[in-house]
Design a protein around this ligand. Structure first.
Ligand SMILES: Nc1ncnc2c1ncn2[C@@H]1O[C@H](COP(=O)(O)OP(=O)(O)O)[C@@H](O)[C@H]1O
Ligand SMILES: Cc1ncc(COP(=O)(O)O)c(N)n1
Length: 271
């Protein structure tokens, strides 16, 4: 008998410009050799210059997408991205509790690189109180970690403090992304695992505006590796190498925050 193909799920918003959201997730998962399904919770009119408009999907259609996926596919790992507003976060939480969709990575997307808000202000509390306790892995960037913890994060010690506070909120494994520390020569992410083990993954900061979708790509790669059987630490280390390669080997698309090169490969990659 043929082995069942490894299946993953992204629960997020679309990006008409092709660089972030569900589009980045599916490209990443394809490159990491897992099958990816998608529950669309918001549609954005977006390009590399900015987000021109977006609309959340009604709860009924979110519920139906979850049911369609869960009734037929065997999802080993899933991730959330843009969740738009309170009603959408609540709909996603309800469905994540209802179905077994494997290991959950939560990328708590709040503001796009261009500055547009992809999560309403009042929904941050809903994410903190209802979604975080379900997360196996949480991957906030620095502003998102500040919003979720209420802490100011201006240095490495404060990244460590924030990770501890996020674990106190019920998250098992925390990865705080350092991509927004633009004054640093390194792009260093801090990881605090469920076991209490902690470590940094660091790479040289690449001086480019072509970083649209970095967070989506990292969390999708982690989701794919987990689905294939990697432990959390290994999945994160592979994710960091992949996202670095996608930034370093840039492609030329659009006039603003350009997308990543999802075709990129890195040394020592098994795929
Ligand atoms: N200019 C850059 N050079 C190298 N790595 C980067 C750069 N910008 C972001 N990264 C890396 O990309 C990943 C996503 O980080 P970040 O951009 O902070 O997330 P988000 O897209 O959620 O804002 C992290 O691993 C981070 O270290
Ligand atoms: C639908 C959607 N999801 C996520 C992001 C965040 O990506 P980035 O922070 O790189 O702009 C985005 N811009 N659009």
């Amino acid at each position: 008998m043929v082995n069942e193909t490894v299946q993953t799920l992204t629960i997020a918003g679309t990006d008409s410009g092709g660089g972030a959201g569900v589009m980045a997730d599916i490209k990443t998962m394809q490159m990491r050799h897992v099958f990816s399904a998608a529950v669309i919770v918001a549609v954005t009119a977006q390009n590399t210059i900015g987000v021109q408009d977006f609309m959340p999907i009604p709860k009924k259609l979110i519920d139906e997408q979850f049911a369609s996926v869960a009734d037929d596919l065997k999802i080993r790992a899933c991730k959330t991205g843009m969740l738009a507003d309170v009603a959408t976060v609540e709909a996603v939480v309800e469905n994540l509790k209802k179905y077994d969709l494997g290991t959950l990575t939560v990328d708590p997307v709040m503001v796009a690189k261009g500055g547009a808000h992809l999560l309403s202000e009042d929904a941050i509390k809903t994410v903190r109180e209802q979604l975080l306790p379900l997360a196996d892995i949480l991957t906030p960037n620095l502003p998102e970690a500040e919003e979720l913890t209420g802490l100011k994060i201006a240095n490495k010690d404060q990244m460590i403090d924030a990770a501890k506070k996020l674990q106190d909120l019920g998250v098992k494994n925390v990865l705080i992304k350092g991509g927004h520390q633009t004054e640093s020569k390194e792009s260093a992410d801090f990881i605090l695992l469920e076991s209490g083990k902690s470590f940094w993954v660091s790479s040289p900061r690449i001086d480019t505006v072509r970083t649209h979708g970095t967070g989506d790509t990292l969390s999708s790669c982690i989701t794919a590796e987990i689905a294939k059987g990697a432990d959390v630490e290994t999945a994160i280390r592979i994710g960091k190498k992949y996202v670095q390669a996608t930034i370093a080997n840039g492609i030329q698309v659009g006039h603003g925050h350009g997308p990543l090169n999802h075709w990129a490969t890195f040394e020592g990659d098994g795929e």
